[in-house]
Ligand binder design. Structure first.
Ligand code: ADP
Ligand code: MG
Length: 257
């Protein structure tokens, strides 16, 4: 059975999609069978994996509407992992599925059909807590939270952990924070170091030792439809996401015992 992980934070621009795409590519390089699910109507994870979001035959939209079997929506990328793609059609789904019974569990049920085919399934979430995001939260074992080390990150912390607690109580008892990732890190900046220290106190061993530095190659690679490791394999961005993949696998193995 696959380990299913959402990459989530209610803030936009904190590195969710960058983490989803580059972690997927790194895990695939480490020989894991990976599915990346795009659950953001912006379709950035889709494009960042080299798939044209406007040319999709089937997408996440069709899966949530129950119009096709999930297997038919899974696409093969050229960057080592499979993709369940999304585009702006996904934003229209919300109102339609709101009327369905068990509307929070549509993705969870669909993933049961395919989770033997993968070792890890990563879900890139939108920054809102929509019914689409709730479907992701209901389907996962836990979340990875990317955080930019700035003052406002600390302000949002209580909200974020409360939201996760609420979802855990209401719809997914096993939901946990798998890890917290410091992104766009600039160690020369004193505020960054302060905030990083506070995150360490708050999250303890949940905070990944790996930090993702601010690295221009990470920002450039999506324009080429590539995870950074296929764009510039020796970049700091590529190396740090490989380190993150290794740290994640080590922690999951330790947990399994
Ligand atoms: N470590 C990084 N270094 C430099 N730029 C980054 C880094 N991480 C993300 N970015 C850039 O910051 C912007 C927001 O990142 P993104 O992953 O799209 O965030 P989110 O999905 O949380 O909205 C994007 O333009 C992305 O290319
Ligand atoms: Mg995003």
């Amino acid at each position: 059975m696959a380990q299913i992980i959402a990459i989530a934070n209610q803030k936009g621009g904190v590195g969710k999609t960058t983490t989803a795409v580059n972690l997927a590519a790194s895990l695939a390089i480490l020989k894991k069978r990976v599915l990346l699910i795009d659950m953001d109507p912006q379709g950035n994870a889709t494009m960042g994996s080299g798939i044209q979001k406007n040319d999709l035959v089937y997408s996440m939209t069709d899966v949530l509407l129950g119009e096709i079997h999930i297997e038919n929506a899974i696409m093969t990328s050229e960057v080592g992992y499979k993709v369940l793609a999304a585009n702006r059609d996904l934003s229209g789904v919300e109102l339609i599925i709101a009327e369905k019974p068990a509307r929070e569990f549509i993705l969870k049920e669909a993933l049961k059909e395919i989770d033997q085919q993968f070792d890890i399934i990563l879900i890139d979430c939108a920054p809102s807590l929509s019914l689409i995001t709730v479907n992701a939260m209901a389907a996962v074992d836990g979340v990875i939270i990317p955080m930019q080390c700035e003052y406002y990150a600390l302000e949002g912390l209580a909200d974020l952990t409360q939201t996760i607690d609420r979802i855990q109580q209401a719809i997914n008892p096993k939901l946990e924070i798998i890890g917290v990732l410091r992104t766009m890190y600039d160690g020369r900046n004193a505020l960054t170091r302060d905030v990083a220290g506070e995150l360490e106190q708050y999250f303890g061993s949940k905070l990944y030792e790996t930090v993702i530095p601010r690295n221009v190659r990470l920002a450039e690679a999506p324009a080429h439809g590539l995870p950074v490791i296929y764009f510039e394999k020796n970049s700091k961005g590529a190396i740090s996401y490989l380190n993150l993949a290794a740290e994640l696998l080590k922690k999951s193995n330790a947990k399994k015992g």
